[in-house]
Design a protein around this ligand. Structure first.
Ligand SMILES: Nc1ncnc2c1ncn2[C@@H]1O[C@H](COP(=O)(O)OP(=O)(O)OP(=O)(O)O)[C@@H](O)[C@H]1O
Ligand SMILES: [Mg+2]
Length: 132
């Protein structure tokens, strides 16, 4: 069984909604409290990037079952300028703006599976997985 919901990321307040909805999905998937907080925090960072750098986008929230295991899967996408050098962007402390440069690298550490696809001119898609 899979459930899917999609939420817009057009303004700052949408990040609050996404945080709440990710928390709810993580509870429903019966993730532990620590895992819930980790995926909410990761979602928040990636959603903020989609808003700031990607000019807005959306967050899809899915509950997935594979081989009898349950996961929450988030797909956060934008159609902004994309990331030219992904390896560089993933390094702790790299920022092209005024951030700390810890959003991408931190989010990767907080989830079980992290997939990022981006090319200049084609936007960015980040998948975040947390398993029960
Ligand atoms: N969705 C995106 N579209 C285009 N560029 C992005 C996107 N997400 C990240 N980047 C690029 O990758 C860099 C690193 O992102 P990261 O989230 O790690 O750091 P930051 O946003 O600069 O700072 P922090 O998240 O710590 O406040 C960004 O500065 C930006 O150049
Ligand atoms: Mg960031």
């Amino acid at each position: 069984m899979t459930t899917t919901q999609t939420f817009p990321l057009k303004q700052e307040t949408d990040i609050v909604v996404v945080r709440q909805q990710v928390r709810k999905a993580a509870e429903q998937a019966r993730l532990g409290l620590v895992s819930q907080t980790k995926i909410v925090t990761a979602a928040s960072e990636i959603a903020r990037n989609a808003l700031i750098y990607g000019g807005g986008g959306e967050c899809r929230i899915e509950q997935q079952m594979r081989d009898g295991r349950t996961a929450v899967c988030l797909i956060i996408s934008d159609q902004g300028p994309g990331i030219e050098d992904l390896d560089k962007a993933m390094v702790d402390g790299y920022t092209s703006g005024n951030g700390l440069g810890l959003g991408l690298s931190g989010a990767r550490r907080l989830v079980d599976d992290f997939v990022i696809r981006s090319e200049p001119g084609n936007g960015t898609v980040v998948e975040l997985w947390k398993w029960r």
